[in-house]
Design a protein around this ligand. Sequence first.
Ligand SMILES: C[S@@+](CC[C@H](N)C(=O)[O-])C[C@H]1O[C@@H](n2cnc3c(N)ncnc32)[C@H](O)[C@@H]1O
Length: 241
Amino acid sequence: MDNPGKRSDSGGDRAILVQNMFDRIAVRYELLNTVMTAGLHRVWNRKVIGAANLLPGDAVLDLACGTGSLSRDLAKRVGPTGRVLGIDFSKEMLRAAESRPRPNIEYRFGDATKLEGVPSGGFDAATIAYGARNIPDLDALFSEMSRAVRPGGSVVCLEIARPKNPVFSAFYGLWFDRIVPKVGGKISGDAKAYSYLPESVKEFVAAEDLAGIMERNGLQDVTYRIIAGGIITLHRGVRRF
Ligand SMILES: C[S@@+](CC[C@H](N)C(=O)[O-])C[C@H]1O[C@@H](n2cnc3c(N)ncnc32)[C@H](O)[C@@H]1O
């Protein structure tokens, strides 16, 4: 691939497809997340919080916040003197998020690659969990994330990956390619959405390429960890001074 930061399917068609898909599954999204990760998504949220180096009182931008699963954990961490701004482009995912309000979280409709009304340098950290893989223009995403955080602030990206270890890989293939689309399709009533999930993971850029994309979009000291037996990647970078 010539430029992994801008994947070939970067047209607006894919964005509309993704938006509609999350609108359709919003009501069941958190239940399915819990079932499919056996509750481990909360553990992975904590890894994001650790990587973001958050302190009480901090301001955090949570992009592609969906139903607010990570936003709520971030809000707990920064406490009543801190604040979280969650942005998503699915109205229904945001509606589900807003059904569980927290005084220090604001949810807003918006595109993570074109953050309107988000001040430059206004946040101590920016996070995105399971969102990047849905976004064709990763350069635009990470340049917006790095613009939004203050110099020295952290940008953290959590994503699903395919494990390289052959034993894990066989188990994962069975779970992710066969069981998840069936169970997800049954519970959500949307088989298409849950076959999109493994496809989008297969298509996503390699971890080292993602690190390169972050570096060329204003971030330094970019590192990544592959966790949970290779099924999750956690990237972190620091906004250049
Ligand atoms: C798998 S969900 C992740 C939700 C949440 N971060 C979590 O941890 O559960 C992916 C979310 O990304 C959102 N999304 C995808 N592309 C987006 C974009 N360009 N701008 C804003 N949100 C986007 C979708 O609407 C969806 O809510």
